[in-house]
Design a protein around this ligand. Structure first.
Ligand code: PLP
Length: 411
């Protein structure tokens, strides 16, 4: 029989969301009363904006006619979209990124997960704790993580704890990593790095020759002026950082699927003989070999987001979610519950009251408030004692959840 990749067997079952689903199902089967409000899984709820829908409609019409039919497109993405990205997401902020440094994809999960393909299996990885699990699990699959230790950490991964004691700003590690995953604004904590805090990491990466994989899937939620919208706002980042962006949370494309990755041409790695090799060329080679491009329809939809109407519609939806975040933050504060995030990100990171465990607080919220969150410990050991709520509900459900949680604190 065929030998499998044993690294896959090392991965524990993806316990978090299946356990949440199991608990919610059991609760629903045995309880009645107020309907459940789901604020756990980070999927959006507002529909795709009219400008993008119109872009898709026109693209569907193109596909229906022999004279405008579009088959395989460029693996890197259509120039009509890459040029818009360059103009609106980078040039408009004074950042020098060229169209051939942009790689359009079906989303940031694939790209953050696949990027390791072009890096040595021996690279030492650093991730924050808590963390978006894709970074860790894909490195386990690639054999970079070592063994799972009893406390839930991997022996060969360098962890950067993000806790109350460092105000959720990761400190530079003792051991030197080759690759550093940073996600800002952060999922799950909803916290950010300021320009000067991010500069510390860019300077560090430059000094030790590390590569930063910067996931800015939540860039569109930034509201504060000292929070960078792109890592390339930081001087020197073009030599050390790859940036991942997604239209999923920006424009409700979780079902449409479209995102992009920026790999500057100034970014190099070393081959076995110590010769510099362009990461842009390697990623291009990887994509051309394993990926046939994001769909034409998705890319036309993404292009439409950069029109004045598209921009206005996207911004209205983001404001809608951020009003939920505001309601959650205010409601929790009034109930005497400590929470972070929700200012530059659609996530609220709640400190469990009375030092409850993440799962105990999850159970309490489910049983007493019929509200579903995500236990923080599911994102890493440093998430213990926290619970994540998302701002992706409706205003009505968010207000209702807030009033139920407030009731809880009065008992
Ligand atoms: N990166 C982070 C930090 C996320 O939270 C998510 C989705 O939840 C993704 C990437 C995935 O985005 P996409 O839908 O573009 O694959």
């Amino acid at each position: 029989m065929v030998r499998i990749n044993d690294n896959f067997v090392k991965l524990p079952a993806s316990y978090l969301f299946s356990e949440i689903a199991r608990k919610v199902e059991t609760f629903t089967a045995t309880h009645s009363g107020e309907p459940i409000i789901r604020m756990g899984i980070g999927d959006v709820t507002r529909p795709v904006c009219p400008a993008a829908i119109e872009g898709m409609r026109r693209a569907v019409a193109d596909e229906a006619d022999a004279s405008s039919f579009m088959g395989y497109g460029p693996e890197q993405g259509y120039l009509f979209l890459r040029e818009k990205i360059v103009e609106h997401d980078y040039a408009a902020r004074g950042i020098d990124i060229a169209a051939d440094e942009i790689f359009v994809s079906d989303g940031a999960k694939s790209d953050t997960g696949n990027f390791g393909d072009i890096l040595s299996p021996g690279c030492r990885i650093a991730v924050t704790d808590p963390v978006y699990p894709v970074y860790v699990d894909t490195n386990v699959m690639a054999g970079r993580a070592g063994n799972l230790l009893p406390e839930g950490l991997w022996s060969d991964i360098i962890y950067l704890p993000c806790t109350e004691s460092n105000d959720f700003v990761p400190e530079l590690p003792q051991k030197t990593p080759d690759v550093i995953y940073l996600c800002y604004p952060n999922n799950p904590t909803g916290t950010t790095l300021t320009r000067s805090q991010l500069k510390v990491w860019v300077d560090y990466a430059r000094s030790v020759g590390a590569l930063i994989l910067f996931d800015s899937a939540y860039e569109a939620y930034i509201s504060e002026p000292d929070v960078p919208h792109s890592i390339y706002e930081i001087e020197g980042a073009r030599e050390v950082a790859v940036e991942f962006r997604s239209f999923s949370k920006t424009a409700g494309f979780t079902g449409v699927r479209c995102g992009y990755t920026v790999v500057p041409k100034s970014l190099t790695g070393l081959d076995k003989a110590g010769n510099p090799v362009s990461l842009n060329s390697l990623w291009n080679r990887r994509q051309c070999t394993k990926f046939n491009g994001a769909s034409y329809i998705s890319q036309r939809a993404a292009e439409a987001l950069y029109t004045p109407e598209g921009k206005a519609q996207v911004s209205k939806t983001i404001q809608y979610y951020m009003e939920n975040a505001r309601m959650l933050r205010q409601g929790l504060a009034e109930a005497g519950i400590e929470a972070r995030g929700g200012i530059n990100a659609p996530y609220i990171w709640i400190k469990t009251p009375d030092a409850m465990s993440s799962w105990d607080f999850f159970d309490l919220l489910l049983q007493k408030c019929h509200v579903v969150g995500t236990p923080g410990v599911g994102f890493g050991p440093c998430g213990e004692g926290y619970l994540r709520l998302t701002a992706f509900s409706s205003h009505e459900n968010t207000a209702e959840a807030v009033s139920r949680i407030a009731r809880l604190s009065r008992h």
